[in-house]
Each structure stands twice: as structure tokens, then as C-alpha cells.
Design a protein around this ligand. Sequence first.
Ligand SMILES: *Cc1c(COP(=O)(O)O)cnc(C)c1O
Length: 409
Amino acid sequence: MTSDRAPGFSTRAIHVGSEPDPATGAVIPPIYQTSTFAQDGVGGLRTGLGVGYEYSRSGNPTRTAFERAFAAVESAGGEPTRALAFASGLAAEDAVIRTLTRPGDHAVLPGDAYGGTYRLFARVAEPWGVASTTAAGGGPDAVRAALQPGRTRLVWVETPTNPLLGITDVAAVAEVAHEAGALLVVDNTFATPYLQNPLELGADVVVHSTTKYVGGHSDVVGGALVTRAPEAADAVRDPYSEEPLADRLAWHQNAMGAVAGPFDAWLTLRGLKTLAVRMERHSASAARVAEFLLGHDAVSEVLYPGLPEHPGHEVAARQMRLGGGMVSFRLRRGREAALKACAGTTVFTLAESLGGIESLIEHPGAMTHASVAGSPLEVPDDLVRLSVGLEDVEDLLADLDAALAAASA
Ligand SMILES: *Cc1c(COP(=O)(O)O)cnc(C)c1O
């Protein structure tokens, strides 16, 4: 790239980390399916790719290719970023918690979030001595009330939330967290780096389940973290060591070992290259689906941040490029109707997960969010969640129309 123009999102996604292989000219980074690397004398690492490799937990060229591309798309307002790839979204979250907290510390969690995130804090971190409080609604006032200054190390935000599609003003919460000396972590899985860049809004660490839109084809499980690189002007420091946070997270990635394997990193990088075009289509189709549901008699409420009726619409319009591909809705006739709607589609597949090319439908109360029943994160039992895929939208609308007719009969 020789022009002065700063390359756009897709140009970065397609080219950064995917420079032709210096040995063979392969235009796509090979899957370096190897556990170890020969050394030319003790400590003599081969540097044909620019950096030396010694062992694939510590570093693998295919994983590096993905990490470089992902760092290049999760922007921090022009400051350099560092990305780290993990075996799953939850493995990435675990690395954040264990880097940023010690026994006796405290975290503030959102009142609506991925159930597994809540479970990780409440059932894994809590018994090890890291307490947490849920901030109902997740907005700046609720976060301020839940903060314990001097003890709270991190504030966790998910926006849009899973499964209620709630929107949190990231910049406002960043200010509240920073005033109290806490760091802000944002789960950007639903929005993806194409729709929203939390580091630009003041977040310190961004977490992704790349299993979802980034991989995008429902064929790989993975996670990633992004933070400002150590050389960034306002690089964040690790609260316990004063070292750059990016270095501490990378140290934990290797020390704890839950890294992405070469093939998983390769699939995720392939997905990332088409993220922008997929998110445009996911969002356009989801907007059509939300409009359709809004006009349907069987539906009592539609949750989609792209709708002007959504209480978070104004904030979403400010911090997100488009509305995204997730739509949730509630059935007037309750739980039985919701279960029937989930069982009644033929194009939408009844399954957990989201963000793939194919449309999925699920009942969060009995499926993805069953583990938070009885907790502050319990979801309504008349709720249905859709991951709107890339099929022809007319087929999706006809499928939902038929399923809702069967659910109301
Ligand atoms: C799926 C998901 C996770 C967890 O990621 P895994 O890859 O399943 O471990 C975290 N956050 C959100 C918002 C998710 O949808």
C-alpha cells in the first residue's frame, strides 16, 4: 500500500497479516500446523517471517497473521493496537479477569449479558475471591452505584447485550469507571469491529467471541482480546505490575495456554476478510425482519437497536455504524407461543450460537441463558432470539410468518 490514503476497514482486514508468504509467494497465510520450530544453534530462531518462533503455544505464524489483522480492524482512533487470539471467547475473558484482578478485588457486571460471562464471574472468579455486583440496566448511573472505589478493578460492558439487545453508552461508562480507578472491558461480539470500536469510545480492553460474526461461518470456536499497543500514546498499564497492559495480557495468554490453534486461527482470519460485506447484509436483513415483527399481531415487543422505537436507538446511532444482525422479540401469548415459534421455522435453524451465514432461532430462557435462571440476569420466558443470516430476506420473512401463524393457532 503505497498511497498516502489510510487504508479502509476491508483493505486492512484483507491485507494486514496476509502479506504473500516470503518463501513461496502463497497469497493466503499457510496453516502452520506444527508444535515446534527448529533452531539454528541454541536460541537461534529463524526470522524469515520477521519474528522468530520457538513453540506454538508462545507463538505460531498462522495465529500471528490473524492477530495482526484483527488488531488492524479494532481501531483505537489511530493509535496502534495489539490483538491476542484464544481458544474461545470465554478463554479470552478468563485471561482478562486473571490479569486484572486479585483475591479481594471487585468487578461491576452488566444486568444483561452473555450467560457464560455471568457464570464465569459468579461461579469461577467469585470462589477464588473476586466479588462482583450486577448493575441493572448497565448505564452510567447504575455502574456508579455499583462501584466500590479502591476495590473495583474492572467494569464490564456488553453492547448490544445478549439476548435483550440493550445499548450502553460506552463513553459515559468509561468516564465513570476511570473516575473510580477501574478499567473498562467491553464485549464487542454482537457489534463486531466493523460496527463499533470501543477503544475509540474510551474502553481499555475489548473482548470478542470470534466464534460468532468474525469467524462468521459456524465452523470454528475462538476468542480474542484487543487493547492499545505498548507504543500507543495512551497505552494502559497493568494495575498490578505497571507494565503495559498489552504485554501483561500476552504474558497470561502464554502462561495460561488457552491459545487458538493454527487451523482455528486460519478459519477465523478467512472469516474476518469478508466481515464488512457480511455485516452490511446481516444488518439490512435484520432491519427488514424487525420491521416485519413490529407489525405482527402475535408479537408484543421487538428488541432491535436499529429501530427508532428502541430506547437505546440514539446512543446506538452514535456509537454503531449499523444495527447489526441480532433481533429479539416477545410473544403476546407467552412461553408456549415462544417455544412453538422456535419449533415452527424451516429456514431458521433451531440452535444456539449466532453470527453465521445461516439464520438461527432460539429460546434464550431454555437454551443459551438457562444457566442464569434465578439470577439477576434471568430473561423473560416469552422471548425469542434470532440471528438473521445471509439467505434471501424474502425467504426469512415468509418462514417467520408461517412460524408465527402456527404459534398463534
Ligand atoms: C458466545 C459469546 C461469548 C462466549 O464465547 P465462546 O466463544 O462461546 O466462548 C461471549 N460473549 C458473547 C456476547 C457471546 O455471544
